[in-house]
Design a protein around this ligand. Structure first.
Ligand code: AMP
Length: 207
């Protein structure tokens, strides 16, 4: 099971990705996590740290190198779920070339669809308990009176709008590219977590 999983910020992508990885016994491979780990260990060249901090993309050669190495680790032998990679068509091409050299191919690209107004409403009403990390929603899951709640900076409306438009710019070429290859599966990401999970499994042909 080799999957690319994409979804806008706040779409519930993290929750669904974790479920699928647990179910199929495959690792979730996130270039963002790998870059952050390298950065905190001081292994990242300053110009790459700068690109990350300014919200730009790091060079294709860097992320392709990370993926090339990580996907050959023993825990990825049964497959993997890619999160945050590829972000560009050249990265997608490099991925398919890398896999085909190993006699492998992607199974599919799952894209979670959630309308922008819903993503913004979710983020604007989301509150986090500072002590426990528990997430609440002022309408659907109100915090208990003793929660120490905060509205995180990355849930502020202007920040969310910016992250959504970055996602739209990224997918505007990538998703049509995968659609042309017949690999794209769009999944309606609106509704209960369990319902969305069922739709993801159906998209993967596993129900
Ligand atoms: P993420 O956690 O996926 O949002 O990634 C955090 C940051 O790492 C991004 O803002 C980019 O600077 C960098 N990054 C992660 N994945 C990629 C990628 N596939 N291509 C280029 N830059 C990436």
């Amino acid at each position: 099971m080799r999957i690319v999983f994409v979804g806008p910020p706040g779409s519930g992508k993290g929750t669904q990705a974790k479920f699928l990885c647990d179910k199929f016994g495959i690792p979730q491979i996130s270039t963002g996590d790998m870059l952050r780990a390298a950065k905190s260990e001081g292994r990242l060249p300053p110009e790459i740290t700068k690109a990350m901090e300014s919200g730009g993309l790091v060079p294709d050669s860097v992320v392709i190198g990370l993926i090339e190495e990580r996907t050959q680790q023993p825990d990825a032998a049964k497959g993997f779920l890619l999160d945050g990679f590829p972000r560009t068509v050249p990265q997608a091409d490099a991925l398919s070339a890398m896999l085909s050299k190993r006699g492998l191919a992607l199974d599919c690209v799952v894209a979670l669809d959630v309308p922008e107004n819903l993503l913004i409403e979710r983020a604007v009403l989301r509150r986090t308990d500072k002590r426990t990390g528990q997430i609440y929603h002022l309408s659907y899951k109100p915090p208990p009176p003793d929660a120490v709640i905060e509205h995180r900076v990355d849930d502020q409306e202007d920040v969310v709008r910016r992250r959504i438009s970055t996602y739209q710019a990224m997918t505007s070429e990538l998703l049509p590219h995968y659609e042309r290859l017949g690999l794209l599966r769009r999944v309606n990401g609106v509704g209960d977590v369990a319902d969305v999970t069922q739709r993801c499994l159906a998209a993967l042909g596993r129900v």
